[in-house]
Design a protein around this ligand. Structure first.
Ligand code: ARG
Length: 498
């Protein structure tokens, strides 16, 4: 006979990251991870919702269908929601004040039991909601049995996930802010550091390192907005929808929303229990944020090659090779790149789960949580580590400057001709011929003499010769959003005020 644990999904251990430990205290983490979930016929607890059945479920079925191994991560939020629900029940007179007190006290005791690893998780409980309710009936007896009045697990789980995600999005926003501040601090040191800007991965026009870094800051700024929007759609209170059609009992949904800090109520009970758009919004924001981290990683990986030689990775962030003693590998950044694929997978998996679902709640929706948890566990360490990496990168400023000079100034030369009245297409052609001659002679554009230039640009040769330096080129691109130091400083000041 196969052992029951073969069917238990892997525990919910978050990947890494000090901030995770700080949110989930070390002790709690250990208890959530180490508490094996038990399921033996002898210790089988009374199941709260199997009154109509004659036989218990097959243990394999129990193990396969249970969400407890992963949704116990929601215990705090489940308890918060239940306490608010109980207070509301007392407020409208569906239970007495003293019953509400016993329920809330029982819930607090359960929270401590879970935090200290004393709570007995049983697979037969199916999920965190029934596990807590079962224990509450043990602690608070008849009062505990009243908690689920006018509530279904369908609106309960929607509430829990929304509460949990709202907190987590707050953490992500903080991490994003930290990363942006770290990038801004590095950018401030490199406003005058000229480097080649690339299109098609070919040297195109000189930019500054600061300007390049601030491009990431803009990307992560949009991520920040997207998380804020996802948060707005997450903070909608579903409780009161019941299974899907509300309740005949005189509940007060507004009181629950107020206590839990939700600004809005779900306005349709069917939508309230079937909607996971907020999770999809979040997963999209997370996936795109990871894509941004991946693109940033790819830049640094390229810059750290001997071919580019723009940057040195810090030892603390690099890995060696098991065979080649000289190697210093950017594994961390390669994994950032790969993990963005994983986040795309989380988003795709949820969308695929939602796509064929009839209204309203279906058990398929139980699969939403692991995607959300995985996305959080993957993205949070990435943001944390990226913020720590940037201040430790060592840039070879001289090498960047030298690379920027290399024939990347042709557009500036053409623009100078335009100033003198030459139509841009004509100027493009003239400078193209110049570049071709320089290449044939093995020279760089800035090495050409005024006499060389005169053959192609006639009277404009002098003006162009004066401009042919990457530094000058940079200074003159002062257009709003451009790389000129003056413009970059303006944007930096604006970003720092945000
Ligand atoms: N464990 C379920 C989930 O995660 C809770 C809701 C279950 N509702 C039900 N009717 N089976 O979605």
């Amino acid at each position: 006979m196969r052992h029951i644990f073969e069917f238990v999904p892997k525990s919910v251990k978050p990947s890494t990251g000090s901030f995770i430990q700080s949110r989930l205290s070390g002790k709690l983490l250990a208890s959530v991870v180490s508490n094996r979930i038990k399921s033996t016929a002898a210790s089988r607890p009374r199941n709260l919702i199997r009154g109509r059945f004659k036989a218990p479920r097959l243990t394999e079925v129990e193990a396969f269908t249970a969400s407890l191994p992963f949704d116990r991560r929601l215990f705090r939020h489940d308890i918060r929601g239940s306490a608010a629900h109980a207070r509301m029940l007392a407020k409208v007179g569906l239970i007495s004040k003293s019953e509400a007190r016993r329920i809330v006290r029982g819930l607090m005791q359960i929270e401590r039991e879970i935090e200290t690893g004393r709570f007995r998780f049983e697979l037969a409980d199916e999920d965190i909601h029934l596990a807590i309710e079962r224990r509450l009936t043990e602690i608070a007896g008849a009062a505990g049995a009243k908690l689920h009045t006018a509530r279904s697990r369908n609106d309960q789980v929607a509430l829990d996930l929304r509460l949990y995600l709202a907190d987590e999005i707050g953490t992500l926003a903080d991490l994003l802010d930290r990363l942006r501040r770290s990038l801004i601090a590095v950018a401030e040191q490199h406003v005058e550091t000229v480097m080649p800007g690339y299109t098609h991965l070919q040297r195109a026009q000189p930019v500054s390192l600061a300007h390049h870094i601030l491009a990431y800051v803009e990307m992560f700024g949009r991520d920040r907005q997207r998380f804020a929007q996802a948060l707005e759609r997450t903070r909608v209170m579903p409780l009161g929808a019941g299974a899907l059609a509300g309740t005949t009992l005189p509940i007060d949904r507004r009181a629950v929303a107020r206590e839990l800090g939700f600004p809005r109520l779900a306005e349709n009970s069917i939508d309230a229990v079937s909607d996971r758009d907020f999770a999809a919004d979040f997963l999209f924001a997370a996936a795109l944020c990871a894509v941004h981290l991946s693109r940033m990683s790819e830049d640094i990986i390229l810059w750290a090659t001997a071919e580019f030689g723009f940057v040195q990775l810090p030892d603390e962030f690099s890995t060696g090779s098991s065979m080649m003693p000289q190697k210093k590998n950017p594994d961390l950044l390669e994994l950032f790149r790969a993990k963005s694929g994983r986040l795309l997978g989380d988003l795709t998996a949820l969308l695929a789960t939602l796509k064929g679902l009839p209204m309203a709640y279906n058990s398929d929706l139980q699969e939403d949580k692991e995607r959300v948890f995985d996305a959080l566990d993957t993205l949070k360490p990435m943001l944390d580590l990226a913020a720590k990496l940037w201040p430790r990168l060592t840039f070879d400023v001289e090498r960047m400057r030298a690379a920027a000079g290399d024939s990347a100034l042709a557009t500036d030369a053409a623009e100078e001709l335009v100033r003198a009245g030459v139509p841009f297409r004509k100027a493009h052609e003239m400078v193209g011929a110049l570049v071709s001659e320089a290449l044939a002679a093995g020279k760089r554009l800035e090495d050409l003499t005024e006499a060389d230039l005169r053959r192609y640009c006639g009277a404009h040769a002098h003006a162009i010769r004066r401009l042919l330096s990457a530094q000058t080129s940079l200074r003159r691109r002062r257009v709003i959003g451009g790389p000129a130091p003056a413009e970059v400083r303006r944007r930096l000041a604006q970003l720092k005020r945000q």
